[in-house]
Design a protein around this ligand. Structure first.
Ligand code: ACM
Length: 504
């Protein structure tokens, strides 16, 4: 019997199979056309099957409100020798079920080129499936190294195969600003390019001499959002503030604490001490940027970064000290929470949910959804305060760390090794969480920061198979490492059929 990644909640296989061939037609219930389109997009390249609609098709897609207990992503799949029936309460559930059907077929079905001589057999099965956690995310940093939108589409395809629900797109940082904002064209014209990049880790003092740059068009990003939505993946944008903004300050120095100073787009790695000012013009800027971000990205969640913001510039700025006093704050360092409160309120007023990286789990305004990354105790701290939490502990979810201590691993973030087992072993819900706190843990997410990652091949080497482990744990909650390893062995044939340059 085929093994699936992520593992379904309940699957029973029976003898026999359904054969997909040129006579197979689709019986489409109301509202299932988009799912049928995805099924064809995924299967036609390899199989050549056209899977036309027909009122008496053997292969049925149906929306069934009776399955509401399975949630937005749940589905039920029944395969018999003469019929396939995929049902879900919500269109997203159908999209998840289609990825299961794809994995039940021979791995050749995942190829991008026509496969001759393969019989397209689906094993007879009854599967009832829904995720343990709604948030199973993957973050890609396109600020440190830009990737074209054509690659982002492939990246989304691979997320969808693993039933990942959120593609977190890290669009801005000290080293690059990748999203155009009509009112501030220099953000990408100047902020989208840097003169060179640091070689090796933060503090190395050596540089590669290679200019690097890139930015998306608004149309490309809007198209990516549609492409991902058709696969059941939400693109959540991240615009960093009030730190990690050196690229924006290079474009618009008046947004900083020293308007007379000219800054370059940062060529170093690490934490940059130049941050946004706290004057009205800066808040107007942030609102204008976020307005355009909300226009392009319908995601209910908008990430505004928030981490690693040194407050020394505010301490030394008379204007910032005045702002802190006027806002009734104990001192300039409290401007960090105040700033995030301002932009968070703005997003909430527009019906969105602000997301931020936690430094301690206790410093973000309460309407923030918190991504905890520094310390495993921060998940509990944030959940106890009442925040919804996405657990992104760096020791288990940062894919920019090497996968082993083998000196032949490609360049990676120094300081830790995150092997496959560490990713699989990460339970997003802390052991000592009570039921209320556990209920606030939305799920987990993988991070790929790209200081040392310049090519799609390197992205895929670092991402796979570790993302398979995160997807499995986040969807099924299954903790059995040996069983996962055994399923992954078979799943590797699927990655190979897709040409994923995974780590062996
Ligand atoms: C982070 O790693 N800067 C969230």
């Amino acid at each position: 019997m085929p093994t699936l990644v992520p593992r379904p909640t309940e699957a029973a296989f029976r003898a026999g199979h359904f054969t997909l061939d040129r006579s197979t037609t689709l019986r489409l219930g109301a509202g299932t056309e988009p799912a049928a389109e995805l099924l064809r997009d995924l299967l036609t390249p390899a199989t050549g099957l056209s899977l036309r609609p027909s009122p008496d098709g053997q292969f049925t897609l149906a929306l069934d409100p009776g399955l509401g207990d399975l949630g937005e992503e749940g589905y039920v799949l029944a395969v018999d020798p003469h019929a396939v029936l995929l049902r879900a309460a919500h269109p997203t559930g159908l999209l998840r079920g289609i990825q299961t059907i794809r994995q039940l077929l021979p791995p050749q079905a995942l190829s991008a080129i026509p496969q001759r001589g393969t019989r397209w057999l689906l094993p007879c099965a009854d599967i009832t499936d829904s995720p343990r956690h709604p948030w199973r995310g993957a973050m890609l940093d396109v600020a440190r190294h830009f990737q074209p939108v054509s690659y982002l589409r492939r990246y989304v395809d691979l997320l969808a195969l693993h039933k990942i629900s959120v593609f977190h797109l890290h669009l801005t940082d000290d080293q690059g600003w990748r999203m155009p904002i009509a009112a501030f064209p220099k953000l990408t014209e100047i902020g989208g390019n840097r003169a060179e990049s640091q070689k090796g880790p933060a503090g190395s003092g050596t540089y590669d001499g290679n200019p690097h740059g890139g930015a998306y068009t608004r149309a490309e990003l809007a198209d990516l959002v549609r492409y991902a939505a058709a696969r059941g993946v939400t693109v959540m944008p991240e615009i960093e503030m009030p730190g990690h903004v050196r690229a924006a300050l290079a474009a618009y120095p008046q947004l900083g604490n020293h308007p007379e100073r000219t800054l370059d787009v940062w060529t170093r790695w690490g934490v940059c001490d130049t941050v946004l000012g706290v004057h009205d013009e800066v808040l107007d800027f942030c609102r204008t940027v976020l307005d355009e971000v909300m226009d392009v990205f319908p995601s209910p969640y908008i990430h505004v970064g928030g981490e690693e913001c040194p407050t020394a510039e505010w301490t030394h700025s008379a204007a910032a000290r005045e702002r802190a006093a006027a806002a009734g704050l104990p001192g300039p360092s409290a401007l960090h929470g105040w700033f995030l409160g301002q932009v968070g309120d703005f997003l909430v007023r527009h019906g969105r949910r602000p997301v931020g990286w936690a430094e301690t789990g206790a410093e973000l305004p309460l309407d923030f959804t918190v991504m905890t990354w520094r310390d495993s105790s921060h998940t509990l701290t944030a959940a106890r305060r009442g925040h919804p939490v996405v657990s992104a502990n760096h020791r288990a979810t940062y894919l920019d760390y090497a996968q082993s201590d083998d000196p032949h691993e490609p360049p990676a973030q120094p300081g830790a090794v995150v092997d496959l087992r560490a990713v699989h072993g990460h339970d997003p819900v802390p052991e000592d969480a009570d039921a209320d706190m556990a209920g606030r843990v939305l799920g987990t997410q993988a991070q790929l920061w790209t200081e040392f990652v310049t090519t799609p091949a390197h992205i895929e080497y670092l991402t796979y198979p570790r993302l398979c482990a995160l997807a499995d744990r986040g969807w099924s909650g299954a903790t059995d490492w040996a069983a996962f390893r055994s399923r992954l062995g078979e799943h590797t044939a699927r990655l190979d059929a897709l040409g994923v340059q995974h780590r062996p």
